[in-house]
Design a protein around this ligand. Structure first.
Ligand code: NAD
Length: 354
């Protein structure tokens, strides 16, 4: 039986395809923006400067200070810079960190964000913001932070290193996995999730083998778009909660953490979500065990498969398990302290998901 469900499609305009960066000035102009602040991380300053040059007079400046998890100090500086320059919008060039900084400005000043993603994180398709203060990350949803326009140009992802391509791609897969069993999932979201996983699983081995393979880069970015849209439309469960807790408490790298945890979180929930397992099985070439297949995929991509190699200690596991069960949240299978501890222990040791 289909439904009942409620679905609000989010109003993001998408311009997709190799070379589509050329459309950015027109996208900015169509929004009536005349003085945008270009945001990027310090490592991508050159890309930010190139984008600002392409925007000509419509670029008011470049701020190359985006950092993972958006520290509040960085958000304060960026907001002050936007005001000082009289910016009427932002163009975020980069991964989730650059887009997150644009969202932090939008949250306070309501400036529209145009996103030019260069990883597969998917933040550009969501109304979710995050800010980190004194080691604690706060997140929320606000329609003001949803980018108005997203320019996906796979040429900009050619420089994404193999390791980050692999982990960022699996981060995107995680959005789709949790979207398939979210309490607010629906048939449209499920289609996007299944197709997003299929596209990423097909493209990532080719991307890792040859980062310059533009066709594979395009397919991976298409998958990332779909998975990001799924994240934007649904409520996340155990997997995202664990990654949020691990990342915030232990300052772990975002995409590798998702890569390690996902097979274990999916294996935990699988008995409760046969429909999601069937969709993932189709997306992953017919495997009866999608959790195991995601673990194998991470291995084939040379991505990390243990929390231990990310610097987590065995003692951390118990602490994080305690924090992860402290506040209730929706999940298809009841979240118990013993269950989470066993899951995290296997993820810590790098064992296959059970
Ligand atoms: P990131 O944006 O921090 O980028 C990682 C590194 O890769 C940076 O040094 C960046 O400069 C570099 N990089 C990015 N693209 C590159 C390219 N094409 N070539 C070379 N180098 C490149 O990492 P991320 O994984 O994209 O984003 C992680 C952050 O995004 C986290 O803070 C996470 O919480 C957030 N996030 C938010 C949402 C949301 O919906 N709000 C969704 C996903 C992730």
């Amino acid at each position: 039986m289909i439904g009942p469900f409620t679905y609000t499609a989010l109003p993001v305009r998408v311009v997709f395809g190799a070379g589509s960066l050329a459309a950015l000035p027109a996208e900015v102009a169509a929004l009536g923006l005349t003085r945008v602040l270009v945001l990027c991380s310090p490592e991508q300053e050159e890309a930010g400067t190139r984008v600002a040059a392409a925007l000509g007079d419509r670029a008011a400046g470049v701020l190359a200070e985006a950092r993972v998890h958006v520290p509040v100090e960085v958000a304060h500086r960026a907001r002050a810079r936007a005001v000082e320059l009289g910016a009427d919008g932002c163009v975020a060039v980069g991964g989730g960190s650059a887009v997150g900084l644009g969202k932090a400005i939008a949250l306070e000043h309501g400036l529209p964000v145009v996103a030019v993603p260069t990883t597969y994180a998917g933040s550009e398709m969501t109304p979710i913001w995050g800010l980190t203060e004194a080691g604690a990350k706060r997140t929320g949803r606000d329609p003001r932070v949803l980018p108005r326009s997203v320019v996906y140009d796979p040429e900009l992802t050619l420089t994404l290193p193999a390791q980050l391509s692999a982990t960022s791609g699996i981060n995107a897969v995680a959005h789709a996995v949790e979207g398939l069993y979210a309490p607010d999932t629906n048939p449209v979201v499920s289609l996007m999730a299944e197709e997003g996983v299929r596209a990423l699983a097909a493209a990532l081995p080719a991307v890792v083998a040859d980062g310059g393979d533009l066709d594979a880069r395009g397919e991976a970015q298409y998958g990332a778009w779909l998975c990001g849209a799924v994240l934007g439309a649904t409520t996340t469960g155990l997997h995202h909660k664990l990654c949020h807790t691990l990342g915030g408490t232990l300052d772990l790298p975002h995409a590798p953490t998702h890569t390690v945890v996902l097979p274990h979180a999916l294996a935990y929930n699988a008995p409760a979500v046969p429909g999601a397992v069937a969709a993932l099985s189709r997306a992953l070439g017919g495997t009866p065990d999608p959790a195991r297949e995601l673990w194998e995929l991470a291995g084939r991509l040379g991505a990390p498969r243990s929390l231990r190699e990310l610097g987590v200690t065995e003692d951390d596991v118990d602490r994080v398990a305690g924090l992860a069960v402290a506040a209730p949240y929706p999940n298809p299978r009841p979240v118990t302290r013993a269950g989470v501890t066993a899951l995290l222990r296997a993820a810590w040791a790098g064992e296959p998901p059970a």
